[in-house]
Design a protein. Structure first.
Length: 61
């Protein structure tokens, strides 16, 4: 599985406020791989945030 990065997990870590360097060291991947996941998530929507939570907050009043 070398070379494959779990972007979902990377973005979960980034969403907790961890730095790119910290996530890279924790997951034993390069910082550039972490940044690629971050950029990919940003292009798809909000990176590191749970999109489903935003809708639920509006429903509960």
């Amino acid at each position: 599985m070398a070379g494959e990065v779990n972007c979902k997990q990377v973005n979960k870590y980034l969403g907790t406020g961890r730095s790119v360097k910290d996530v890279a060291e924790t997951m034993v991947v390069s910082e550039s791989d972490v940044k690629k996941c971050q950029d990919q998530a940003a292009s798809e929507g909000k990176g590191g945030e749970k999109a489903g939570d935003m809708g639920k907050k509006e429903e509960k009043k």
